[in-house]
Every structure is written in C-alpha cells, then in structure tokens.
Design a binder for this molecule. Sequence first.
Ligand code: DC
Length: 232
Amino acid sequence: MQAHRKIIIAIDGFSSSGKSTMARRLASAIGYRYIDSGAMYRAVTLYALDNGMVDDDGKLHESEIIESLPCIKVDFEVQPDGTQHTVLNGIDVEKEIRRLRVSNVVSPVAAIPEVRHALVAMQKALGKERGIVMDGRDIGTVVFSDAELKVFVDASAETRAQRRFKELLEKGSAVSYEDVLANVVHRDHIDSTREESPLRKADDAISIDNSNMTIDEQDAWLMEQFNKVVKA
Ligand code: DC
C-alpha cells in the first residue's frame, strides 16, 4: 500500500451496530491500531461487579467505583492471530467482559462522569501517534473531535439484537433473543440520554445504516471513505 499520512478514524454508533467489526477489519487492512473503547467501559464494570460495587438489583456504589479508578488498569494485548484481548490489572478478561452480566450494567457505569473522564484521558493518550481506529459512542464528538474520518453506524434494534444474540449463542451463553433485544433497547436509551457526552452523531461524521449490508459491502464502503480522506 502507498505510504500516506497517518490519520485518526472515529467510528461511533449504537450497541451491536457492527461498528467493532468494521473498525477492526479496516485497522487490519491498513495496518493501524484498533481500540475498542467499549471494552474499557466493560472492564471497569467487571471490576465493579467483582469487587461488590453493584447490588443484585443493579444499584451502583458510585462513590466506591470512582474511588477505585486509580487502581483500575486496562490494557490491550495483541494475540498471535492478530486479535486483541482486553487485560484488566494484568488478567485477560476478554471473555468475561462480553457476558450479559456485564452488558446489563455497563451503560450506567459508563454514564458516571468520573469514569468517562478517566477513560477518555486514556483513549486520548492511545491516539497520540495517530494511525488508530477507535470505536465507541463519543469518539468523534469528544475523544477525537479532530479525527480526519468520522463514521456513525446505525442498524435497526432488531437487526442489532439478532447479531448480538447469535454472537452470544456461538460463545455458549444461554440467553433468549427477547432478553438480548431488551438489553439493546435499554442501553440505547441510557447511552443516548445520559448527561455526560451522550451518543450522538458528530456534525462532520458520515452516516451508514448497515442493516442490509454484508460485511464485505461494509468493508468496501469504509475503505472508500478512508481512501477519499488520505488521498485528498
Ligand atoms: O460498544 P459496547 O457495547 O461494548 O459498549 C459498552 C458500553 O459502554 C455501552 O453501553 C456504552 C458504553 N460506551 C460509552 O459510553 N462510550 C464509549 N466510547 C464506548 C462505550
């Protein structure tokens, strides 16, 4: 591939919109680093769950979570097959953070302003050298408002729930489609109505609805957007 200036690519969208797949595949095709910012919120949530900071009814011990932020270290470790695993305080938690137990409480944890400030600072540091594709909810609006390419991904709630359901089944989780759909709809609501940096399309982001697109079509579309920016 022709040498070009390194840019930042911000991919935001609703949960299970397929943005991680798009982001990961583009990063691998163009030799950029991929960062799943949602995994960082999930890791903090797992820490809170495992340290008794979430009651059985989902109530958060907010001040305890905030106080423990300096003790929570999140890293990403590249695997031999090129995929990345999320590492929480030295332990590979990639599988754990994807479970419904974490999905069910991650949105309220991600709505705590102090949690966001800590993770946004880490995310900004990861993008210092540019050459990064990061996906999340506020990457184009807050984390990298200067990103050269911003994409906002959408798909219907049913399509997204179907995808997440299939993914969970493949991982061996015993869940029902109805529970997954309810979780998707509930998280959409919390993510887009919270006070602190809610999910919203950046004014200069390009939108894509991938409900009826194949992964290959998505990849081709994104590569085209990337080429337009770097060749401009
Ligand atoms: O993308 P995901 O479903 O793994 O994200 C998990 C949660 O983290 C989601 O409910 C919203 C939150 N999140 C966020 O608030 N900001 C980000 N940049 C990424 C994720």
